[in-house]
Design a protein around this ligand. Structure first.
Ligand code: FDA
Length: 410
């Protein structure tokens, strides 16, 4: 059997299948093995999230990932990590990282493949795939490869500069399988340059916020993640995380998380003072308070943000002392800070995205084996499938879980 793509899901599939005694050839076009694992988690690879459940995955069919996750969960991967002596730590909300380097995860997967006698073809480009009686014929830069079973593990389109391609989606379409429209996800959001100009000077400022989607009531958006049209009255999605101002827009975990749920043309809403009732706090502090409003706000916020906000969003309040600001203006200021609504002009694109949302439609695949229902012997695993995890180790967990489900079913 052949696996195309020697990233997270491809190496795991090859190792599991090889250990079961199958003859496996693992093909990748890259010069260097598993670049995305290498750069992940700031070089320490957030290799799973110990709290992974189907609720942290976005897909047209939110139940699809259930079987693979329950068959091989975070604890199973952690056992493997520990068996290889890799030291790890939990950073934030169940996110597990290597203490030392993401290279350790690559070495572990490479060793698993070696133990399972996987044959490597790398770098090797697959030029064409033909489906012939009882198998697949691959035309590659290293010659023809015949395989009874073929696994597509070529990932998504994020970071094309590292060799990411839409190969799996093209092959899915070649075999008549539906693809859910792919888009960049876990990606910074950008704004019209003119509208953003006053905030561009805040680049580097970070603070914790609550960010929410504002679903279009009339379905004017282009659909929920996975291509479904927005329904009237759909619930907004909310995350409480850090936000980072950039020259062109917004980034940081809060924005990366919400980007997966954002549809072009829709606004997002940011509560810039998430855990404080700002109006009540300002009114309480007001009597005889001769401090400038900017100084009062700077106790809650980074000073640069307080000054910029008062200069651009709070007409005429910039130089006022708190005691002199009428109550209704303080209330209006607080209302705007708690409900800052803004419409991104787009995302920063695949070059800056951590993942691709969308992919091979899960309706086309068997959830226990990842096999294409219409094409026996053809499998899709990892990010190429329309299952996208939140930020925080969930995407690798999907790579491991889908790969083990597939590797055991081959
Ligand atoms: P992956 O992308 O890992 O592997 C695909 C392989 O296929 C690559 O080796 C590629 O070279 C090969 N390939 C592609 N096209 C091909 C073709 N046409 N022919 C042959 N080979 C081809 N997730 C997480 O859970 N925790 C984290 O810390 C991070 N951090 C992170 C940081 C950054 C900067 C990015 C871009 C992404 C992350 N991710 C992450 C996401 C995570 O890296 C991603 O979801 C998984 O690597 C997906 O695993 P796959 O095996 O599906 O694809």
């Amino acid at each position: 059997m052949a696996v195309i793509g020697a990233g997270a899901a491809g190496m795991m599939t090859a190792a599991v299948a090889g250990r079961r005694g199958l003859r496996v050839v693992l093909i990748d076009h890259a010069q260097r093995l598993a670049e995305k694992i290498r750069i992940s988690g700031g070089g320490r690879c957030n290799f799973t999230n110990i709290g992974s459940t189907p609720a942290q995955f976005v897909s047209r069919n939110p139940h699809f990932c259930r079987s693979a996750l329950s068959g091989y969960g975070p604890r199973d991967f952690l056992d493997l990590v520990e068996r290889h002596g890799i030291r790890w730590h939990e950073k934030h909300r169940g996110q597990l990282f290597c203490d030392e380097s993401s290279e350790q995860i690559i070495d572990m997967l490479r060793a698993q493949c070696e133990d399972a006698r996987v044959a490597w073809r790398m770098p090797c480009t697959v030029e064409a795939i033909a489906h012939e009686s009882g198998g697949f014929m691959l035309q590659t830069s290293l010659g023809g490869i015949e395989a009874r079973q073929l696994v597509l593990a070529t990932g998504g389109m994020a970071i094309p500069q590292l060799g990411a391609t839409d190969f799996a989606l093209r092959i899915a379409r070649q075999f008549g399988l539906r693809v859910v429209e792919p888009r960049p996800a876990l990606v910074p959001l950008v704004f019209n340059a003119e509208e953003w100009a006053p905030f561009s000077t805040l680049s580097g400022v970070a603070l914790e916020v609550q960010v929410s989607t504002v679903p279009c009531a009339a379905g004017a958006g282009q659909g929920r993640p996975g291509g479904r049209r927005e329904r009237r009255g759909a619930q907004p999605v909310t995350f409480l995380e850090d936000l980072l101002f950039t020259h062109r827009g917004l980034s940081g975990p809060a924005i990366l998380q919400i980007s997966t749920f954002w549809n072009p043309g829709e606004p997002i809403e940011i509560d810039l003072c998430g855990d404080t009732d700002l109006a009540a706090a300002l009114l309480r502090a007001k009597p005889r308070n001769r401090q400038q409003l900017a100084t009062v706000l700077a106790e809650l916020w980074p000073r640069r943000l307080a000054e910029t906000w008062l200069a651009t969003e709070a007409d005429g309040l910039g130089g006022m002392r708190l005691a002199d600001v009428p109550d209704r203006r303080l209330q209006a200021l607080a209302e705007r800070i708690h409900h800052w609504r803004l419409t991104p002009s787009g995302t920063a694109g695949y070059r800056k995205a951590e993942v691709m949302r969308g992919g091979v439609d899960t309706d086309e695949l068997d959830q226990r084996s990842m096999q294409a229902r219409k094409v026996p012997g053809l499998y899709f695993v990892g990010e190429a499938v329309d299952v996208t995890g939140w930020l925080g180790g969930y995407n690798f967990q999907w790579a491991w879980s889908s790969a083990v489900a597939c590797g055991n079913a081959l």
